[in-house]
Design a protein around this ligand. Structure first.
Ligand code: 5AD
Ligand code: SF4
Length: 439
């Protein structure tokens, strides 16, 4: 038998890309590839790129430049660019960086085997279409390998919201939901391979409306179906839009036992003036009322969010409104970013905020968020939680896992195996994790 070819994938950006990289690796597995952790011994290098913030495209070009020596040594090495930069830049990548053999957009991964074969003839392969066929069905070619206890599962892709700062509606296209039965089959398959916790993914996951047995299903409907899957212990989902937080989903947070008490619900800003300019179609007040309802259904839920500071025309007063909103919600986790111009989006043309002012606001916001994070984490001390153990810790005998609230918890001298779900009493709170003892 010939040596397997080696595939090196580097993944940037969101969890969707992590999921997509796994699917690409499995598909190319069908072509005789196995994954390697180093580009040096690879026969194919794939960069799965992200275009959401920063100078993403420039980073990709500089990373590609670093493979020049490798390619000179090994002329058969194939180099590919996947993901949202591939979608946004397409032919430009091929033109600017002759090292690249293959460019594939996020909707075309199932065509990788043909594309790879084409590159083997010395030709270049480019596909950034939005094809009609279901790429996930075509990507089913998965080996039945054992897996860790947690997994991502993409249920919908794309977004129709067109927030004024965001490239997703352009790079990932219009919102498309996968049929429910395929998702449930994939979940069952994951459970058979050792998975205990599934995080449902989508750029707008709570807008999910996939075909079900009796017409379209909501995300809550899908969660209830997954709740029935034997051996699956935990369900999470991300990322949600406030306007798609339907009543049945809020209710599920109170009643569905496998749905975890953690919700990532980005608001982006606390200023109605800025929210309007962002095309968010909700207000700070409507968001706060929504959180009240979610907390009424599940009082101990830990909230998480995303913020952009320094959005065009943001004043100090607008920023204060964001600080006030954060003060009111108290997030257990929150991700804050300085606005970065994405060419082709509506906000790119508008007057920009002074970068020093934006830096200063980002620091103040992050300090406040960190304080809340720490308070929420500290308040866990003395409480009993359930931990899904994921790996061994840094110290001998130590095991690490996640609580239902997504806090990292480590236990010393723990007689537990990876994949076990056990009761733990929290004994101490550190900078980024909790310590506990098995009950
Ligand atoms: N600049 C800064 N942050 C952005 N995000 C999306 N687009 C931009 C941009 N142009 C942030 C939003 C989103 C998260 C995934 O990334 O907060 O929720
Ligand atoms: Fe981008 Fe999210 Fe807005 Fe969609 S809802 S445009 S993915 S920020």
């Amino acid at each position: 038998m010939s040596e397997p070819k080696k595939l090196y994938i580097k993944t940037y950006g969101c969890q969707m890309n992590v999921y997509d990289s796994e699917r690409m690796s499995e598909t190319l597995g069908g072509q005789g590839y196995v994954e390697t952790q180093s580009p040096d011994d690879a026969d194919m290098i794939l960069l799965n790129t992200c275009h959401i913030r920063e100078k993403a495209a420039e980073k990709v070009y500089s990373e590609l430049g670093r493979f020049k020596g490798l390619k000179a040594e090994k002329p058969d090495l194939k180099i590919g660019v996947a993901g949202c930069v591939a979608q946004a830049e397409g032919e430009e990548i091929m033109r600017r960086q002759p090292l690249v053999d293959l460019v594939v957009g996020p909707q075309s991964y199932h065509r990788l085997p043909e594309m790879e074969a084409k590159t083997r003839t010395g030709a270049k392969a480019l596909d950034t279409d939005f094809p009609e066929e279901d790429k996930f069905e075509k990507l089913k070619n998965r080996p039945k390998a054992k897996r860790g206890p947690t997994a991502f599962l993409t249920v919908q892709e794309g977004c129709d919201k067109f927030c004024a700062f965001c490239v997703v509606p352009y790079t990932r296209g219009a919102e498309v939901s996968r049929p429910a039965d395929r998702i449930i089959r994939e979940a069952q398959d994951l459970v058979e391979r050792g998975v205990r916790e599934i995080t449902l993914l989508g750029q707008n996951v709570n807008a999910y409306h996939g075909a079900g047995a009796n017409g379209d299903m909501t995300l809550a409907g899908l969660i209830w179906e997954l709740n029935k899957v034997d051996g699956l212990e935990r369900i999470r989902f991300t990322t949600s839009h406030p306007n798609d937080m339907s009543d049945d989903l809020i209710e599920a947070h109170g009643t569905c036992e496998k749905l975890m008490p953690y919700l990532h619900l980005p608001v982006q800003s606390g200023s109605d003036r800025i929210l309007k300019r962002m095309n968010r179609s909700h207000t700070a007040e409507s968001y706060l009322r929504l959180i009240e309802r979610i907390r009424a259904a599940r009082p101990d839920i830990v909230m998480s969010g995303d913020f952009i500071v320094g959005f065009p025309e943001e004043t100090e007063e607008d920023f204060q409104a964001t600080m006030d909103l954060v003060e009111e919600v108290k997030y257990g986790y929150a991700y804050s970013f300085k606005y970065s111009t994405r060419p082709g989006t509506p906000a790119a043309e508008r007057p920009q905020v002074d970068p020093d002012a934006a830096d200063d606001r980002l620091q103040r916001l992050q300090a406040l968020i960190t304080r809340h994070q720490r308070e929420i984490q500290d308040a866990m001390v003395g409480r009993k939680v359930k931990v899904l153990f994921e790996k061994s810790g840094r110290l001998p005998g130590q095991m690490v896992g996640k609580s239902e609230y997504l806090h990292s918890v480590h236990v010393s001298d723990a007689d537990v195996a990876v994949g076990e779900l056990r009761g733990v009493e929290i004994t101490a709170s550190g900078a980024n994790s909790l310590a506990g003892a098995l009950i």
